[in-house]
Design a protein around this ligand. Structure first.
Ligand code: AG3
Length: 274
């Protein structure tokens, strides 16, 4: 007998994976958390029935969230990750020697705890002395920060449950205030096949607040439709005008200096949303 997990990505469409083992299946204070071993993608974190990360394809998302804004900023020192309790974005952030301090604000301590246990190569850097981990509400953290960060990365779940307020215009206004005067932020903004309105809405909200707003994509096989988007809001530095000599040596599996720029070249049906 074999056991299969399906994430229903829409009412009528899903992704299905063979599960070898269930390590954790519990209701935390905030969400349903499952940690399983899949045959095809290794260990996988699922929140409220939605695939968050897998050992096999996590590098795409985490590299693209971190390196695009960090290379866009000429000297990122103080960085904030909202969400991202699995630690994948933090691992990538630490590859930038200019970063003196990276703060992670994750609302659900259980995500951190189980990621350390079952996704060690993703969460391993959460103990690094340059990292400060806070189990707290990212929305509140943003609301109480001013002129503090060079780069903010929003590594949230989907806009349902605890993350819903991280997709509202007021949150982006808070981010703008929390950033320094040449700060830059990125948020994961779902996919253009099943949630085109979300992409349009966020892009329009962000462009009312930030002088430079850009959308880029990456291919993530375990996320809905596989075509994932990220929205950047920047006060001063344009991700499309990064001087070539800023791209220092860095070990990656997806991100390259060429892809940094290429990721902003959008299919027509996607650019039509903006
Ligand atoms: N955060 C975004 C995951 C969204 C996936 N959506 C879905 N499966 N319906 C990922 C967290 C990784 N650090």
């Amino acid at each position: 007998m074999s056991i299969w997990f399906t994430e229903k990505q829409t009412e009528n469409f899903g992704i299905t994976m063979k599960i070898n083992k269930t390590y954790v299946s519990e209701q935390t204070e905030f969400q349903k958390l499952d940690m399983v071993e899949t045959e095809e993608f290794g260990n996988m974190l699922i929140l409220d029935g939605m695939v968050m990360t897998t050992q096999k394809d996590e590098f795409v998302y985490h590299e693209m969230v971190a390196h695009v804004p960090l290379f866009t900023h000429p000297n990122p020192k103080h960085v904030l990750v909202v969400g991202g309790g699995d630690g994948g974005v933090i691992r990538e952030v630490l590859k930038h020697p200019s970063v003196e301090k990276a703060v992670l604000v994750e609302i659900d301590g259980k995500v951190i705890e189980y990621s350390k246990q079952y996704l060690p190569e993703i969460a391993g850097d959460l103990e690094n002395p340059r990292v400060e981990v806070k189990v707290d509400d990212g929305f509140m953290h943003i609301a109480t920060s001013e002129n503090e960060y060079d780069v903010i990365m929003v590594d949230s779940t989907e806009p349902v449950g605890p993350a819903a307020k991280l997709f509202e215009k007021g949150f982006y206004e808070g981010i703008s205030k929390a950033l320094k005067e040449d700060g830059i932020f990125v948020a994961q903004t779902d996919n253009p096949w099943f949630t085109p309105e979300l992409i349009s809405q966020v892009f329009s909200d962000v462009s009312e607040i930030f002088p430079i707003t850009r959308l880029y994509t990456a291919n993530i096989p375990t996320y809905p439709s596989g075509l994932w988007t990220f929205t950047i809001g920047s006060k001063k530095h344009d991700p499309l005008e990064v001087p070539a000599d800023r791209f220092h040596e860095i070990e990656t599996k997806y991100w390259t200096p060429q892809l940094h720029t290429a990721a902003f070249a959008l299919p027509k049906f996607v650019s039509d949303l903006l």
